[in-house]
Design a protein around this ligand. Structure first.
Ligand SMILES: NC(=O)c1ccc[n+]([C@@H]2O[C@H](COP(=O)([O-])OP(=O)(O)OC[C@H]3O[C@@H](n4cnc5c(N)ncnc54)[C@H](OP(=O)(O)O)[C@@H]3O)[C@@H](O)[C@H]2O)c1
Length: 235
């Protein structure tokens, strides 16, 4: 007997931060498992190339969206619903880091990072919850190991603690709607997140497989958190 549910080929996953790294790998893994995907980020050319690779507009829709812009987030969800008619899962994954040390980074970069990682993720939740309520769908947020333990001098770590709290706050808020909420908490993963690419790191497809595991559970199973480190990472 097949493990596939009958409607699996109909399901639609929206991913922010889909132009690169974990988001792009998740799009590839979920498309291969018969999901359709909505790819959102600022780099339209990269999104379009990925959408083509994944089979074109029947399977993958590229939507330019700066997650710090509420109007753009609303347009993203409208485009998703207009193309595919439903939203079954949304992955608030867009984000970036910066140098550690409270004197190291610029205030302008801090502002962009906090707006993207925290406000942007909250806007993605806000924009997608109505459609996910209709589908009894699934919300996922990319936090981090840095959202579970404090890194010295890292405002990035503070933003990811906020995302960790946001996941649990949303889970409690959405209790009774049928929406599941899951935090994805990667350790060091080799993506363009890092200016100097790390060695002995996870690969983006390792995280993508975890996302696929989380969204492939039966409706009564909510994997609330999944924390994944490379074997070589101590802290
Ligand atoms: N790599 C790691 O070790 C690691 C560990 C833990 C958690 N994470 C988290 O994983 C998530 C994905 O990062 P990654 O490692 O895959 O890095 P990445 O390859 O640099 O991907 C970051 C993605 O976020 C998008 N993005 C950034 N700012 C945006 C904005 N304002 N609006 C829309 N999209 C925006 C980027 O696309 P555009 O530039 O095209 O907009 C890109 O698609 C982030 O939240 C990161 O904090 C990463």
């Amino acid at each position: 007997m097949s493990n596939e549910t009958p409607e699996s080929s109909q399901r639609v996953l929206l991913i922010t931060g889909a132009s690169s790294g974990i988001g792009a790998a998740t799009a590839r893994a979920t498309c291969a498992a018969d999901w359709r995907v909505v790819l959102a980020a600022r780099s339209h050319d990269r999104l379009r190339a990925l959408a083509e690779e994944l089979g074109g507009e029947e399977r993958a829709l590229a939507v330019t969206c700066d997650v710090t812009d509420w109007d753009a987030q609303q347009r993203m969800v409208e485009a998703a619903l207009s193309a595919f008619g439903q939203l079954d899962a949304a992955f608030a994954n867009a984000g970036f880091g910066g140098p550690r040390g409270f004197l190291a980074d610029t205030p302008e970069h801090w502002r962009e990072m906090v707006l993207t990682n925290v406000y942007g993720a909250a806007l993605t939740l806000r924009a997608t919850i109505p459609a996910l309520t209709r589908s009894r769908g699934h919300l996922l947020l990319t936090s981090s190991v840095a959202g579970r333990r404090v890194l010295p001098g890292s405002l990035y770590s503070c933003t990811k603690h906020a995302v960790t709290a946001m996941g649990e706050a949303a889970r409690q808020d959405l209790h009774g709607t049928g929406i599941r909420v899951s935090l994805i908490e990667p350790g060091i993963t080799d993506t363009p997140f890092f200016d100097r690419r790390p060695s002995e790191a996870l690969r983006d497809e390792d995280i993508a497989r975890a996302v696929l595991f989380v969204i492939s559970q039966a409706p009564h199973v909510d994997v609330n958190e999944i924390l994944i480190r490379p074997t070589a990472q101590q802290l």
